[in-house]
Structures are given as C-alpha cells and as structure tokens.
Design a protein around this ligand. Structure first.
Ligand code: ATP
Ligand code: MG
Length: 575
C-alpha cells in the first residue's frame, strides 16, 4: 500500500478526552475515530489489526475443535425471559421495540441464543461434545464507557459455548479452551496470566480470566482489575474472588467494661480510631448496601475493606451499591432509631439482612456503632453486648502482604486488563430454557455448558498498552497492520525513489504486507509517522544508498543498522 493512498490521518496532538495510552495512540495514529460515546469507527489500519487478531483466534479455535457460526445481533426478548435474564440484566442491555412493538435487545452476549440452538439441534449424547463460536460486534450500554477500545459500548468479541453430557466432559472442554487461549494470546504477542475469578452466585461454578498485567506505576492506568498473586506457588486471582490468610493484628481491645461513650465527629474509622487512641482492628464497622434494590447491613473488622462482589454473591445479587444518606435515614426511621452513617451498628436494625465477615468473629472488647449519632459502644463482646450475626461469610478484600492460603508466602498485587475469560456455566441456561438431550441411559438431561469470551478489540488495545513508547505504537509482528514500511528520505531524489520502489516491489511480489511512504513530505514527518503508526520494520533509503546501504530499523527495540537493500529484503522475507 502506498502511504499517498492509504486512508489515514495522523494527528499532532493526543485527543483531549483520552485517559489511557492505547486510546491516545490509536486516535492520534489514525486507527480509530469516535462516533459516539463508547462507539468507534475502525479505520483501515485498525481493521487490519482486528482482522489479524480475529484470524489468530479463529485458527486456534478451529484447531481446538470448535466450529464457527454467526448468530443474530438483534435478539427477541422472549429468549431472555425464558432464561430469566430479561429482568435482571439491567441497563447494560440495550432494549428496543420493533414496528410491531415486540421487545428486542442488542446482543451483549449470546447464552440464550446458543442454548436455543443446542435445544433444537442436539438430541443425543452421541452428538456431544459440541463447541460453537462466533466473532461479532456486541453492544453493552456500559455505565462508564472509557479508555477507548478497552471499554466501549460497541466492541468486537469472540464468544464460544460448549455443550457436554456431563461434568467430566465440561472439565475437558474447559481445559481445551484454556489451552487455546494461552496459544492465542501468546501468538498476539501478549503475556497473560490466567487468574481465578468471580463467577457470580451460580453454585459451584468455576471461571478464570486471562489478564494482561499492566504496571501500576507506569503511565498506564488502564488495568481495571486488581490481580493478587503468589510469587511462590503461582496462586492468582482477581480481587473479586481472591482469598488469603490475613495479617495478624490486635483483636482484643483496651476497653474492659461495655459502655456507650461520646465519640463526636467520628464518622470514619480513622477518626474514631484516632479519637479513642486505638487500632482500627479492634473496631467492628457496619456499612449499609443496596443489593438488587434491597437493604443489606455488612459488618467487617475496622482495618479491612468489604469486597462488594463477594458481598453481592451472598445474596445472589446482580447489582450492588453503598446506600445513600437518605436511604440510611429511611432504615433508621423504620427501625425506630436515629443515627447517621458512621454510627450504625447491628443492634435494633429491622427489616434488613445482616451479614458479617469472618474477621469480626474473633473480636473481643471491641468498639461498635450503637445507632446513636456521635456515640459508640466500647468494650463490647459477642453474645453479651451484641449478637453475632447468623450469616458469617468471607466478604473481605484481600490486601497486599496477606499470606497465600496455599503456601503462606506474601501475596502481591498488580493491575490487569481482562482480555478473555472462560466460564463453567453448568446447567444454568439449559435448565432454565429446558434444553435437554437423551443420555446413554435413555434419560433426558440438561446440557452441561461452558462459555468462553475474548475481547477482540480490547485485546488489540491491550497490545498497545503493553507495546509502545513516547513516539508511538510498537505492534507485535503477528497483529501489526503491515510488516514493513519503506521510506525514501527524499521523494525528489530519483536514485532513492527508484531503490525504494524496487524494494517495495520485491516485498509485494513475495506477498509481504508492505507500505511505501511515497508522500511528498519532509523526512522528519515520514519517520515520525512510521514510529507513531508502529510498523514493526522500517527500511529507510537515504544518502547512504550511494554506498548501496539502507537503514534497517526494528521498531520493537528501536535498533537501526546499515545493510544492503538485498539483505534488508532477505531479512523481511525470512520472518
Ligand atoms: P468486564 O469485567 O471487563 O466488564 P465482562 O466480565 O463483562 O468484562 P464478558 O462478558 O465475559 O466480560 O466478555 C468477554 C470479553 O469481552 C471480556 O473478557 C473482554 O475482553 C471483552 N469485553 C467485555 N466488555 C467489554 C467492553 N465494554 N469493551 C470491550 N471489550 C469488552
Ligand atoms: Mg462487563
């Protein structure tokens, strides 16, 4: 392709609305343009990258025995009503009505559709296992679309779904997908970590995420997930699922007599600990949440933080948020109490479910809210002054330097971008939608299913997060839009131009994806653009051509060498 013809407009400046480097660079280098919030045009360079990622995914999925199909983007509400998700999916699901006022939605994922396909097409255990996948645009009306392609509203996903006759079959399908994913991301030039992750409230289910780790202190703050991992034994998990042996702290407080005392203006744990001159770890804190519209009180030791996904799962919820002050007021009124946030305790709360984290159990002579503003109960003990809640669960967020539950080493934490996940669904959808097959023994059984997603567009953006410098993108070769760019320094120098054209022709004749920068631009502009766009190799033809030498640059490490044109072509052909 000739740069003079290529549809690309590079910009001098980063876009003002971009927060992360992949978003900044993809816009500035002319790969994407925003159409609406979270909705992007993939311009020709981007589309080439996406097709490369897609093809790697396709090749590995096919090699793993999965079959590609394409399901409709628009789906009827009936299927979602059958699975029960129409009411619980929330606002991320873009709902619409057709001209007959039938309710439809834009596909955010396709469990319902694939389950209906399995239901109609698979009747006998003899047809199993089956793994079907598609590569398609998805739409999710994300609450916070941001970071360009990393979290869009419309994005491209590969989604695969496996059907098996039993758990052992699912285990196998799952392992095959895990292996395919490892190969896919490696081929894309991305190092990933497979981490345990939350799988919602479906009992006994298992899921893993593939994370591209991004350094917290780097300019990139694109990693939306905290990943805890053990440097010794390899345990790793998303913070929403991670468990640990907690650091030892003081749990026996200094107040020996239970009494309510004044603690003015101590709305936060820090203020309270400071006022009483005690450690936060001898305070029991109570927070009010709203899970699927219902109030919930959650208790945890004062030095620790509640993990909201864990808490939500206790109630099999889909949505969680901390209660607003006016809601707390309402709860207090209902219970005949009167306290503001910061002074809440479990005693006397009515019509509200209470769950306590494991950490509160061992507290003695502790401090706790007593539902009176500016007061706390000190020297409290379970069973004597306050009842220990009946529901005790792990709802605690792991912290760095907690100990690994497997080997006792100190856990570390890092930020990660989730580029893919694999999920054992079990019979969640097959049971709800009555999708069954006849097993060996003649019995009708629901399919045991798994689902497996990869964000195609997110993977491309994650590659930019990992591979760039201050001058631009450094695409991994396998997903670069072009392999090499041939740059004559002066378009008015006939010798240079002829050599550039010769090299370009040789490359094209050998089916190399090559660019030639034949634009009437200054050398500086051309070289800058080549770096910005991030083509892995550059062959620059300048004044050294009189000695039959060209500059060969590898963008990954920015190493340049002077070699003959023949050698340059040979090196590219050898890739
Ligand atoms: P997240 O936790 O990041 O919202 P998810 O758990 O909702 O992801 P899935 O529903 O499992 O994601 O989708 C499969 C894959 O699709 C994800 O691993 C991710 O790579 C990609 N993906 C999900 N949401 C988006 C989005 N808004 N923009 C781009 N890619 C996305
Ligand atoms: Mg999501």
């Amino acid at each position: 392709m000739r740069m003079s013809k290529l549809f690309v407009q590079t910009l001098r400046e980063f876009p003002s609305d971009a927060e992360v480097i992949s978003h900044k660079l993809l816009v500035r280098a002319g790969y994407i343009r925003k159409l609406a919030n979270g909705i992007y045009n993939y311009l020709p360079l981007m589309w080439r990258v996406l097709k490369k990622v897609e093809n790697i995914v396709r090749e590995e999925m096919d090699a793993a025995g999965a079959q590609e199909l394409l399901m409709p983007f628009v789906q009827p509400a009936e299927l979602w009503q059958e699975s029960g998700r129409w009411d619980v999916y929330g606002k991320e699901l873009m709902r619409l009505k057709d001209r007959h006022t039938r309710e439809m939605c834009l596909g955010p994922t396709h469990e319902e559709v694939i389950t209906s396909i399995g239901r109609e097409g698979i009747h006998s255990y003899k047809q199993l296992p089956v793994n079907l996948y598609q590569i398609q645009s998805k739409f999710r009306d994300e609450i916070r679309p941001r970071f360009g392609l990393l979290r869009g509203r419309e994005f491209i996903m590969k989604d695969a779904y496996s059907f098996d006759a039993d758990e052992a079959g699912l285990d196998k399908s799952y392992e095959i997908m895990a292996e395919a994913y490892r190969k896919i991301f490696e081929r894309c030039g991305l190092e990933t970590k497979m981490v345990q992750s939350d799988s919602g409230a479906i009992g006994g289910s298992v899921s893993h995420e593939f994370m591209v780790l991004v350094n917290e202190d780097a300019e990139s703050n694109a990693g939306e997930n905290d990943v805890f991992y053990c440097p010794e034994c390899g345990y790793s998990a998303n913070s929403n699922h991670a468990v640990s042996v907690l650091k030892e702290v003081q749990t026996d407080g200094k107040f020996e007599k239970a009494q309510i005392i004044d603690t003015p203006n101590t709305k936060t744990i820090e203020e309270l600990a400071k006022f009483l001159n005690i450690n936060a770890s001898v305070i029991c804190k109570t927070l009010i949440y709203v899970v699927d519209g219902k109030y919930v009180a959650a208790m945890i030791r004062g030095d620790r933080t509640i993990e909201e996904t864990k808490l939500m799962n206790v109630f099999a919820g889909n949505d969680i948020r901390i209660a607003r002050n006016d809601e707390i007021e309402e709860i207090m009124k209902d219970s005949g109490l009167n306290a503001i946030a910061g002074f809440i305790g479990p005693k006397g709360l009515k019509n509200i479910q209470i769950v306590a984290d494991e950490t509160v159990k061992s507290l003695k002579n502790f401090v706790i809210g007593c539902n009176q503003t500016d007061k706390h109960l000190v020297g409290a003990n379970w069973g004597v002054d306050v009842e220990l809640p009946q529901t005790i669960k792990d709802i605690c967020l792991v912290e760095k330097d907690d100990k690994c539950i497997h080997c006792g080493a100190n856990l570390k934490v890092t930020k990660g971008i989730e580029v893919g996940n694999i999920f054992k669904l079990g019979t969640k959808y097959s049971k709800a939608m009555n999708a069954t097959f006849t097993d060996k023994d003649g019995q009708e059984k629901p399919f045991i299913m798994g689902c497996y997603g990869i964000g195609i567009s997110r993977t491309a953006a994650a590659a930019v997060e990992r591979h760039h410098d201050e001058h631009g993108i450094k695409w991994p070769l396998a997903i670069a839009p072009y392999t090499v760019i041939v740059v004559p320094v002066s378009d008015r120098d006939e010798v240079q131009m002829k050599m550039a054209e010769d090299i370009y022709k040789k490359l094209c004749d050998n089916k190399v994806e090559a660019l030639i920068d034949d634009r009437a631009e200054r050398a500086g502009v051309k070289l800058k653009d080549a770096d910005l766009i991030g083509i892995p190799y550059r062959i620059t033809i300048g004044k050294d051509i009189k000695d039959n030498l060209v500059e060969f640059k590898t963008r990954a490490d920015d190493v340049t060498e002077l070699i003959t044109p023949d050698e340059a072509v040979k090196r590219i052909l050898a890739l």
